[in-house]
Design a protein around this ligand. Structure first.
Ligand code: HMG
Ligand code: MG
Length: 307
């Protein structure tokens, strides 16, 4: 299959990237990060979560973040909503898209949202219905699609099963998420080959964490399957609080560098993302793990020193 000529990059740094930070990141810093990312041209930013603050304290200020950001016309601002209470928060915050998040692994579902896969679908049904009634987009995220930190192997069949259930709830988009970054390219192709039989290819996305350094290879494998939506986190920030040891998503700067090299249109300005990655890494005192981001920063600084 020819590679797509354009892809949508969903920037998840403000949510997936920051949710696992131990020190509370000030709301103003979160707002500035989203604003910088909006200015860089992302068509979709995952800006906050409306989850239990007891479960994820870092995301407790979602309403304030959503109230404080400047929204770029046409961009989609998404938030995570595990239940109706979260949905009400999302609606009040004028989110464009809600994300219901389940798992292809029973063990992870219990650890992350405290219920079985079947119970999670029952809980998501009224959330999805309410979103439809209010004209909000719905995205479904399938954690552990390529492996689980608790149960290990996850069958392709279990991923297909959850994708079918999310499709039945009316999801506009469905994420195949490698929560702990264990997947490799062959398996990625197998999973996408299977799920594209039950959900439209153009509405499936790849959400790859980079724990084992496979994310860019996995993105390329997904591109070869015709997938054209990818999630990435600026400066490679992040990890899931309920997947110990898992590192952040693939760094956005690295994905943009790859897409630019392949001549695949993203509409996002790499230099502005590099600057945003430098900003947030400094603001929270965390090492920038984007290889392309660090290389481009070093190049700019070297050029400035010579000038
Ligand atoms: P629970 O403890 O079973 O439910 O949690 P509960 O109804 O008993 O609620 C517990 C407390 O939270 C109560 O407060 C509720 O009122 C409150 P208390 O009475 O104890 O003071 N509460 C809420 N507060 C604010 N907003 C809400 C909300 N709901 C309940 N929406 C629950 C069940 C689902 C709520 C909990 O497990 C939860 O919030 N989990 C979220 C976990 C999470 O955010 N994980 C990270 C995001 S997923 C991810 O990173 C993966 C992804 O990136 C893809 C991938 O990489 O795999 C998307
Ligand atoms: Mg994630």
């Amino acid at each position: 299959m020819p590679l797509p000529t354009a892809v949508k990059i969903v920037e998840v740094g403000p949510r997936d990237g920051l949710q696992n930070e131990k020190e509370f990141v000030p709301t103003a810093t979160k707002i500035e990060l989203v604003n910088r990312l909006s200015a860089a041209g992302f068509p979709n930013i995952e800006a906050a979560s409306f989850v239990s603050p007891r479960w994820v304290p870092q995301m407790a200020d979602g309403a304030d973040v959503m109230a404080g950001i400047e929204r770029r016309a046409g961009a989609i601002y998404s938030v995570l909503t595990p239940n109706l209470r979260g949905f009400e928060g999302a609606l009040a915050a004028r989110a464009d898209e809600i994300v219901i998040f389940g798992a292809a692994s029973e063990a992870f579902s219990q650890k992350n949202i405290n219920c079985s896969i079947a119970e999670s679908i029952e809980r998501f049904a009224p959330v999805a219905q309410a979103a439809k009634e209010h004209g909000l987009r719905i995205r479904g995220s399938v954690s552990c699609s390529l492996g689980c930190p608790y149960q290990g192997e996850v069958s392709v069949g279990s991923v297909v099963d959850v994708v079918e259930r999310f499709a039945a709830l009316g999801c506009d988009e469905i994420d195949i998420a490698d929560t702990i970054g264990v997947g490799t390219a062959r398996r990625v192709r197998d999973v996408f080959e299977a799920v594209t039989k039950v959900f439209p290819r153009e509405r499936l996305s790849g959400h790859f964490h980079d724990t084992y350094g496979q994310a860019l290879a996995n993105i390329y494998a997904a591109l070869e399957e015709g997938i054209a939506i990818f999630h990435a986190s600026v400066a490679g920030l992040g990890g899931c609080p309920y997947a110990k040891g898992a590192t952040g998503n693939v760094a956005t700067e690295d994905v943009l560098y790859l897409m630019n090299g392949l001549g695949i249109h993203t509409g996002v300005d790499l230099n502005q993302v590099v600057a945003a990655g430098d900003f947030i890494s400094n603001a929270i005192g965390r090492q920038n793990v984007s290889r392309a981001g660090k290389a481009l920063l070093a190049k700019t600084r070297a050029e400035a020193a010579c000038a």
